[in-house]
Write a protein that binds this ligand. Structure first.
Ligand code: NAD
Length: 319
């Protein structure tokens, strides 16, 4: 009987996974995450493992002699050593389409929160009973503003569409997207420097790769408008966090809203937690009740397919 290790506790229960995996006839082991030696040993002995955002390093993959699939129950693949998995003949899959609507809406919500000064106004009413000109700051009509979208994949494209729907002028930087494709969505394809110089809101949607790591750093932050607002719902590693903090404190940009950090959760003394111009949400952009079911079902379906000897639907590698 094959064994499937579920190496996460993120969703509270395993009902969706157990129901979906039932038809594979596999024994299912709930192994917590992969940080303990026991959990690692269970992964080493498994025919399939299911993971969320924890690291799956090459040294562990090389010891997983029976494993046929590492199913990433989510989208980002940056924590899995895919070249080693490929070398070992193990499929790596993800669920690329479970939260396109949720993450793009989250990014746009963070932009609207800033554009319409929502935290400020809510705070103002709480503190003063109604309106106080002293506490207020100017707002701009969205149709006069430019949104810069970095990464024009599934989520970036959905964010661009929603931004266009709100009347924003949308610039796109994606070295792999064609100009025609970008223009077909009513957006303008530009280089990164132009996007950073001209955008009032910048939203990051590229994956974390060696090319995108610290894409936003002391040098690129200097290109932004002092009124610009940065939103990141992709991966914390896209931003040099120390440089971002310094840039905001030096008024090089207006602020940032981040759903993702390089280390999650942040340490209790993380300076972002004390900086009022930085808003954090707890890596929750993906969440809706529907997305939560979809991602687990689709992640488990990949395992069932591969254990049946079929090709997965969303392979991240070629075997
Ligand atoms: P996708 O693969 O559909 O799109 C990524 C896009 O980034 C592609 O168009 C690609 O060409 C582009 N890209 C690659 N390298 C680039 C570079 N150097 N500069 C600019 N663009 C580049 O992925 P997606 O589904 O849109 O997801 C994007 C990311 O969102 C994921 O990698 C994941 O990390 C993150 N994500 C976060 C959450 C959350 O809850 N916060 C949920 C899902 C996904």
């Amino acid at each position: 009987m094959p064994t499937v290790v579920i190496a996460y506790e993120a969703f509270g229960d395993y009902n969706v996974e157990l129901e979906t995996l039932r038809e594979s006839g596999a024994a299912v082991i709930q192994a917590g995450n992969l940080t303990t030696p026991e959990a690692q040993q269970q992964a080493i002995d498994a025919d399939a493992i299911m993971v969320t955002i924890q690291k799956v390093p090459g040294e562990l993959i090389e010891r997983m002699k029976q494993c046929k699939i590492i199913s990433r129950v989510g989208t980002g693949l940056d924590a899995i050593d895919i070249p080693t998995a490929t070398k070992c003949g193990i499929w790596v899959t993800n669920v690329p389409d479970y939260s396109i609507d949720e993450v793009s809406t989250h990014a746009i919500s963070l932009i609207l929160m800033q554009a319409r000064r929502l935290p400020l106004l809510v705070d103002m009413v709480r503190q003063t009973g109604w309106y106080s000109a002293n506490m207020d700051r100017p707002a701009q009509r969205l149709s006069t503003q430019t949104l810069g979208v970095v990464g024009f994949g599934r989520i970036g494209r959905a964010s661009a569409r929603k931004g266009r729907g709100l009347g924003l002028n949308v610039l796109v930087y994606d070295p792999y997207a064609s100009k025609e494709d970008v223009e077909a969505e009513g957006c303008t394809s530009v280089d990164l420097e132009t996007l950073l110089r001209e955008s009032d809101y910048i939203t990051l949607h590229s994956p974390l790769t060696p090319q995108t790591e610290r894409l936003i750093n002391a040098t690129t932050l200097k290109l932004m408008k002092p009124t610009a607002y940065l939103v990141n719902t992709s991966r914390g590693g896209l931003i040099d966090e120390q440089a971002l903090l310094e840039a905001i404190q030096a008024n090089q940009l207006a602020g940032a809203a981040l759903d993702v950090l390089t280390v999650e959760p942040p340490a209790p003394d993380h300076p972002f937690l004390k900086e009022p111009r930085i808003t954090l949400t707890p890596h929750n952009a993906w969440y809706s009740e529907q997305a939560k079911i979809d991602v687990r079902r689709k992640g488990a379906e990949e395992v069932v397919r591969v254990l049946r000897g079929e090709k997965p639907k969303f392979p991240a590698n070629k075997l």
